[in-house]
Structure formats: structure tokens, C-alpha cells
Ligand binder design. Structure first.
Ligand SMILES: C[S@@+](CC[C@H](N)C(=O)[O-])C[C@H]1O[C@@H](n2cnc3c(N)ncnc32)[C@H](O)[C@@H]1O
Length: 251
């Protein structure tokens, strides 16, 4: 495992991966494809790991098509999943104006860590570049314009500590029903706080997904699940093409 010092992320790749990826990134940065054809060819740079995550998000999204409610990602960071969900809405249910996609993050990394998180996670880790949420907002706006009903804004970015922003969001949007909750906060305290805040808003058939349960690097996420929903009550499924991620359908 190596650690990126600048933005402080935990990585699990083998030695030599950085050099190989570096070459791919150089090719991406120096791509000779003309601008007007670039977006059509972004698949050129998808590694199996990234593609398997895209397929996983697709797997989850398809499961909520018949369930009323919005999509919430807790810990959206650079926002790739939000963008994918937006495209999936455009593909699978272009006229579902109620399928809002809401991303929560501090956009400045972990607020704090607790004893339940083990020693691997560090305060301030997984931050983003200064003002990234402004960039992401523009990107999601444009992404939304690629699908029908683009005159309606159907996404939202909520900046701040989820322990405060999620309960506030529910207060401000009393109509909220959650069809898909994607947990990627990595930590015990915020994961538990969010589950407590949205628990009453989860209907049967909703998909509750976790990025890091059963992961020794982030024990806090499993502990939060254990204490809030329990793990005997649900079939905790994994997506066979992706090692880490898990989900259950709320029944
Ligand atoms: C592993 S990253 C998320 C990665 C992202 N979901 C993806 O798929 O690329 C974890 C994120 O959780 C956020 N986070 C952790 N604790 C938080 C809290 N209390 N409030 C808001 N965001 C938090 C971090 O800022 C970080 O962006």
C-alpha cells in the first residue's frame, strides 16, 4: 500500500503501477484527438478498475427504476458517481423529474476520525483542490443538458459536514424519499449520523450501498452499519466484478 502525500489518499496498487498509469495519464493529457471528438472517445482511458465501477453504478441504478425516491451520495468527492447517475437517469428514465441526484461532501476531506476508524484514516484526507465544487457544479449542469428535461435542475451539491448537512437537508426538503443511498464516507461517525438522519426516509426496495464495508482499512463504516441496521437482517451483496463495494436492498 502506498500513500499519496499531497491529497492524502490510501492506495492498494502494486509497485510499478504509478509509472504505468503515469504513461497512460501522459497519453490522456496529450491526446491528439480533435476537441469535437474527444467526449466520444473517453472510453479509451477507462482501465478495468474504473470500468468495473461504472458498471457497478449501472447495476445499482437499474435496481431502483421502480422505486420512488432520490439518489444521494454521501462523500461524493470529485463527483464521478454523480455524473454517472445523471447520465443513467438520462438513459433509463429521462422524464423522471423527481429523481434528483444529491451529492454531499465537505470538499475539504475528512472532518475528523474516531477510535472506531482504526489507524489508517487521517483527518483532512481525501480533500479536493480549492474550489472544486464550483467546477463540479458547472460540469453537472452541462451533463444534465445532455438529457431531456434539461430546463429543470435535478441535481444538488451540498457542502459541509454531513453530520449537520444531511439532517438539515431533510428538514429543508420534507418530501425526501431515498431510493438509492451511496455511502462513501469511509468513517464511523459521519456514516452513523447519516444513517440515523435518513433511516425514516428509506422505503422497501431502496438500495443502500457501501464502498468500504468489510474493509480492514476502514472498519468504522462496517461498525456504523452494524450498529444502525445490523448485518443479519439483510442479504449484503457484492458486485462480482468489483472487490470492495457492497449493497443491500432494503426489505
Ligand atoms: C473516498 S472519498 C469518496 C470518493 C467518491 N465517492 C468516489 O467514488 O470517487 C470520501 C469522501 O468522504 C468525504 N467525507 C468524509 N467525512 C465527511 C463528513 N463528515 N462530511 C462530509 N463529507 C465527508 C470526504 O471529504 C471525501 O471526499
Amino acid at each position: 500500500m502506498s500513500k499519496e502525500q499531497d491529497i492524502n489518499i490510501v492506495r492498494f496498487g502494486p509497485e510499478g503501477e504509478d509509472e504505468r498509469r503515469g504513461e497512460l495519464i501522459d497519453l490522456m493529457n496529450n491526446c491528439p484527438i480533435p476537441k469535437e471528438e474527444l467526449l466520444l472517445n473517453t472510453g479509451l482511458f477507462l482501465t478495468p478498475q474504473t470500468l468495473s465501477r461504472v458498471l457497478y453504478m449501472d447495476h445499482l441504478y437499474k435496481k431502483i427504476l421502480n422505486t420512488q425516491g432520490i439518489v444521494m451520495e454521501f462523500g461524493c468527492r470529485w463527483g464521478q458517481n454523480l455524473s454517472l447517475f445523471s447520465s443513467m437517469r438520462g438513459i433509463y428514465e429521462p422524464f423522471n423529474r423527481l429523481r434528483k441526484i444529491v451529492g454531499f461532501d465537505t470538499f475539504s476531506g475528512f472532518v475528523d476520525v474516531s477510535d472506531e476508524d482504526g489507524g489508517e484514516m487521517k483527518k483532512g484526507a481525501y480533500s479536493v483542490t480549492q474550489g472544486y465544487e464550483v467546477y463540479l457544479d458547472k460540469l453537472l449542469k452541462l451533463q444534465e443538458q445532455e438529457s431531456p428535461l434539461d430546463h429543470l435542475t435535478k441535481y444538488e451539491l451540498v457542502k459541509g459536514d454531513v453530520c449537520e448537512t444531511v439532517p438539515q437537508y431533510i428538514k429543508d426538503h420534507p418530501e425526501t424519499i431515498v431510493a438509492l443511498a451511496y455511502f462513501d464516507l469511509d468513517l464511523y461517525t459521519p456514516t452513523k449520523a447519516v444513517i440515523d438522519a435518513i433511516r425514516d426516509r428509506i422505503p422497501k426496495g431502496a438500495v443502500i450501498a457501501f464502498d468500504e464495508i468489510n474493509d480492514p482499512a476502514c472498519p468504522g463504516e462496517t461498525l456504523a452499519l452494524l450498529e444502525s441496521f445490523g448485518i443479519n437482517n439483510f442479504r449484503i451483496e457484492r458486485y462480482q466484478y468489483n472487490a470492495r463495494t457492497s449493497y443491500f436492498v432494503y426489505e
